[in-house]
Design a protein around this ligand. Structure first.
Ligand code: GUN
Length: 289
């Protein structure tokens, strides 16, 4: 069997176009553009690429993009002051502080300072709690993007066995909450899980979010399963001195067994920014009342 390829890039382009239309109607109603602020601390190259890409997509969707770049040695109090200022700024509907932060900063404290009503990442404990009790406020972008792809592919997910590999606050835990809300039977596997291959083999839906290149192998997958690969790992390419991006799933092998699979790149990656823009616009409409 050869799996269908889930085209996240095309789905995300569609979603971005819809967000663009909503952004235009927001502007007509509110008399101003919706605004998304992104804060980057330090010079992590991957984070710089993400932030640039977020800024460009925000402008393309017809929204204002406010970028705040702070040096790596910024004091935590100064970052908190920037966040407070953005909380109070009526032109800013959504705030995203790019993670990871430099080691001298307490990430949870910084996230807790973002107003839950502007927390378009859905990382604030208030939004995590809302998701957990089934009254979602803002939902983290990557898992929500994964869910959109799954529902587009499978329709009703109720009763399906889902295995989420990874238990991060950004992906694994909210992904599990979203799948529970869809009435899946959810298992969250992680680095201490025993017999991981056997656990994954039971799944109709596999979401891999561990950050380990090509860890999930073909013989772990139930034939016909839907496989969502959240991993973005840079590894050496065959050609000397070059690198390439691979997911957490051994794509070539797993595509022979799975029913459907997201590629890397072009699967989940483009969904994250599209959902971020969507969340920012939802924030704009809500904050405008
Ligand atoms: N770093 C990696 N992914 C994300 C994300 O979705 N949001 C933020 N703020 N930082 C990240």
């Amino acid at each position: 069997m050869t799996a269908a390829i889930i085209d996240g890039k095309a789905f995300a382009a569609n979603l971005r176009a819809k967000v663009g239309e909503l952004a235009a109607s927001f502007e007509a109603k509110a008399g101003r553009k919706a605004g998304l602020a992104v804060v980057l601390v330090g010079e992590d190259p991957a984070s710089q690429v993400y932030v640039r890409s977020k800024g460009k997509s925000t402008l393309e969707a017809g929204m204002n993009s406010f970028e705040h770049k702070l040096p790596a040695d910024t004091a935590e109090a100064d970052l908190l002051a920037v966040v407070e200022k953005l909380n109070a700024d009526p032109a800013v509907d959504g705030i995203l502080v790019q993670l990871p932060l430099p080691r001298h900063m307490d990430e949870q404290k910084v996230i807790a300072t973002i107003s839950p009503d502007k927390d378009v990442d859905g990382f604030h404990v208030t939004n995590a709690g809302r998701l957990a009790v089934g009254q979602p406020g803002f939902v983290p972008c990557t898992p929500l993007g994964c869910l959109m792809l799954l529902k587009d592919r499978l329709g009703d997910l109720s009763g399906l066995d889902a295995v989420v590999i990874g238990r991060s606050n950004i992906v694994g835990k909210p992904m599990a909450q979203l799948l529970i809300a869809e009435s899946c039977t959810v298992t969250v596997a992680h680095s201490r899980t025993k017999n991981l291959a056997d656990v994954v083999k039971r799944a109709d839906i596999v979401v891999a979010a561990v950050g380990r290149p090509e860890m999930v192998k073909a013989d772990w997958i139930k034939p016909g399963a839907t496989v969502i690969d959240v991993g973005i790992n840079r590894v050496p390419a065959a050609e000397e001195g070059k690198t390439k991006l691979v997911g957490d799933v051994d794509y070539a092998g797993v595509a022979e067994v799975a029913g459907a699979i997201t590629p890397v790149p072009g699967g989940v990656g483009p969904m994250t920014i599209a959902v971020l823009l969507r969340n920012a616009l939802v924030a704009a409409f809500r904050n405008e009342g």
